[in-house]
Design a protein around this ligand. Structure first.
Ligand SMILES: Nc1ncnc2c1ncn2[C@@H]1O[C@H](COP(=O)(O)OP(=O)(O)OP(=O)(O)O)[C@@H](O)[C@H]1O
Ligand SMILES: [Mg+2]
Length: 481
C-alpha cells in the first residue's frame, strides 16, 4: 500500500488530551499504516514502531495506555516485548496480533500476561472491541490502584497520620457525636467534614455549611435558627435557619474559633439539648442534626486565654480529628503533585506529565505555610503557564529562596554593608515581606494577620506604620459559601 491520500482528519486539539494513546508495533510498513489509520479514525492517538527495541524506546519516553504488537518480528519478537512490558509497565494491556494458525504462541502470550490476541486477517470491528475492552480494564485498574494507594474519600495521602484520619472517619461517620476537626489553614478540614457526611447514613440528607467567621454578629441567630415573620424590621416572612435546613443531615460549623463569646453561648444551648427557637418565635424547635466543627486555631489555648468557652469546647471536642500540616507529611507530596497535575491537565487542557527531580526536591523542601491549598494553587498556576511537558524549578515560582531574594531586593544592594548593618537591613526587609504576606493571606484583616504572626494587633500596626504598609480598609463582609 502506497502512502494513503485519505489521511484521517485530525481530531480537534481540545479533544486531544482525552484521547488514549496506543503504540502499534509491526515490522511491516503496510500493516503499521493500516493499523494507525484505522485507530486514528476511531479517535485514538496512535504511534507506530517498526521493531521491538524501537517500541521499548518509545515506551520509555512516552506514556501509552495500550500496545498492539505483531507476534513475529526479527530480533525482539512480540513475546519478548510482552515480557518487557509486563515487567516494566505492569497494568498496561498488550494485545498480540498473530498469523493464522499459530494458536500455540497465542496461548503462550496469554500466559505471559497479554490482554488478548487477534488472528490475521481480522475485521476492524474485532480489533475495535478488543481494544475498547482492554482500555476499559486499564482505566478501572488505574482508578482502583489510585484509590486505595493514594488515599481515601477523595482525600490524598497515605502517611500513617493520614491513615489514622481515615480510620477515624470510618469509625465515627455514623455516630451522632460531635466531631471537631482541627488543623492549619489548607490542610483539608472541609474535605474531612464532607467525607464524614458522605460516608454516613445521612449522606442523602443535606450537608449545611456555616462559616462562623463570615456571619455578621447581629445576623448570627437568625441565620442559624431562623426567624418568624415580623421578628424585626424587614422580616416580611418567616424563614428557617441552618439548623432546620440541616434536619436529618449534617451541619458543618466552619471556623468555629472565630465565634465571639456571646454567640458561643447561643450555640452551646442548641448543642446541649438540640432545641432552639426561631428569632421572634415562641415554639421550641428540634432538629436531628449531626454537628461537625472545624478550626485552624488551637482552641484549647483559646480556652486558656479566655477567648473560647470551656463548656463549648468540651461539647464540640467529643471526637477530635487533627489534620497534620503538609510539612509533616512530605512523603505525600509526590502523590499530591500527581493528583493535582491530573486535575489541572484535565481542567486546563494541558499535558504536563510530571515534575523534574530538581523541582520535586524544591517541593519537598518547602515549608508550605498554606499547606495543600498552597500546593494546589501553585500546581494550577504552573500547569497553566507551563511550556514544556515537565515542570522544572523555574516553573514553580515562590519556592526555595525566592521569598528571601524578593524580600531583600534582587539587586543585592546591601552586599556592600558591614555584617551588622547587613543583618539589620536584611532582617528588616524579611520582616516587612512576612508582614505583607500575612496581610495578603488574611485579605487585609489586621486582627487576623496579627494572630497569624503571633504578635498583638497593636504591635502589628506599629510595624505597618514603620514599614509604610498601609492599614487597608477591611474587606466588605461576604456571605459564606
Ligand atoms: N489530602 C488532600 N487531598 C487532596 N486535596 C486536598 C487535600 N487536603 C486539602 N485538599 C484541597 O486543598 C484545598 C484546601 O482544603 P480545605 O478547604 O479542606 O482546607 P481547610 O483545612 O478547610 O482550610 P481553611 O482552614 O483555610 O479553611 C481544597 O481545594 C481541597 O480540595
Ligand atoms: Mg476550610
Amino acid at each position: 500500500m502506497k502512502s494513503s491520500p485519505d489521511a484521517p482528519s485530525p481530531a480537534p486539539v481540545d479533544d486531544d488530551r482525552r484521547r488514549k494513546r496506543i503504540l502499534v508495533v509491526d515490522d511491516e510498513l503496510s500493516i503499521r499504516r493500516v493499523l494507525t489509520a484505522m485507530l486514528t479514525r476511531e479517535g485514538y492517538r496512535c504511534d507506530a514502531a517498526a521493531s521491538g527495541p524501537e517500541a521499548v524506546r518509545r515506551l520509555e519516553e512516552e506514556t501509552y495506555e495500550l500496545v498492539v504488537t505483531d507476534m513475529r518480528m526479527p530480533g525482539m519478537d512480540g513475546l519478548e516485548l510482552l515480557a518487557w512490558c509486563s515487567k516494566n509497565m505492569p497494568g498496561m494491556p498488550v494485545i498480540i496480533i498473530t498469523a493464522h494458525g499459530t494458536v500455540d504462541s497465542a496461548v503462550e502470550a496469554l500466559k505471559l500476561g497479554a490482554f488478548d490476541y487477534i488472528t490475521k486477517p481480522f475485521e476492524q470491528d474485532e480489533l475495535h472491541m478488543v481494544i475498547a475492552k482492554a482500555l476499559a480494564r486499564e482505566e478501572a485498574s488505574h482508578r482502583a490502584l489510585h484509590e486505595d494507594e493514594a488515599g481515601r474519600f477523595a482525600i490524598i495521602g497515605r502517611t500513617p497520620s493520614m491513615k489514622q484520619v481515615y480510620t477515624l472517619i470510618e469509625k465515627v461517620a455514623d455516630s451522632p457525636t460531635t466531631v471537631l476537626i482541627s488543623g492549619e489553614s489548607g490542610t483539608g478540614k472541609e474535605l474531612v467534614a464532607r467525607a464524614l457526611h458522605d460516608s454516613s447514613r445521612r449522606r442523602d440528607a443535606p450537608f449545611v455549611q456555616v462559616n462562623c467567621g463570615a456571619i455578621p454578629d447581629n445576623l448570627f441567630e437568625s441565620e442559624l435558627f431562623g426567624y418568624e415573620r415580623g421578628a424585626f424590621t424587614g422580616a416580611v416572612s418567616s424563614k428557617p435557619g441552618r439548623f432546620e435546613l440541616a434536619d436529618g443531615g449534617t451541619i458543618f460549623l466552619d471556623e468555629v474559633g472565630e465565634l465571639p463569646l456571646d454567640l458561643q453561648v447561643k450555640l452551646l444551648r442548641v448543642l446541649q439539648d438540640g432545641t432552639f427557637e426561631r428569632v421572634g418565635g415562641l415554639r421550641s424547635l428540634h432538629a436531628d442534626v449531626r454537628v461537625v466543627a472545624a478550626t485552624n486555631r488551637d482552641l484549647l489555648a483559646e480556652v486558656r486565654n479566655g477567648r473560647f468557652r470551656e463548656d463549648l469546647f468540651y461539647r464540640l471536642n467529643v471526637i477530635p480529628i487533627r489534620l497534620p500540616p503538609l510539612r509533616d507529611r512530605t512523603e505525600d507530596i509526590p502523590l499530591l503533585v500527581e493528583h493535582f497535575l491530573r486535575k489541572f491537565n484535565d481542567r486546563l487542557g494541558k499535558q504536563v506529565r510530571g515534575v523534574t527531580p530538581e523541582a520535586m526536591a524544591a517541593l519537598m523542601a518547602h515549608r508550605w505555610p498554606g499547606n495543600i491549598r498552597e500546593l494546589e494553587n501553585l500546581m494550577e498556576r504552573s500547569v497553566l503557564l507551563a511550556d514544556g511537558d515537565m515542570l522544572g524549578p523555574q516553573d514553580l515560582p515562590g519556592l526555595g529562596t525566592e521569598l528571601f531574594d524578593d524580600a531583600v531586593g534582587a539587586e543585592g544592594d546591601i552586599e556592600e554593608l558591614g555584617l551588622k548593618d547587613y543583618v539589620r537591613v536584611y532582617t528588616a526587609r524579611l520582616e516587612r515581606a512576612r508582614i505583607q504576606r500575612a496581610l495578603e493571606q488574611e485579605g487585609g484583616n489586621v486582627t487576623r494577620a496579627s494572630r497569624r504572626l503571633g504578635i498583638s494587633r497593636k504591635s502589628l500596626q506599629t510595624k505597618m506604620k514603620e514599614y509604610g504598609l498601609r492599614d487597608p480598609p477591611d474587606p466588605p463582609a461576604t456571605g459564606d459559601a
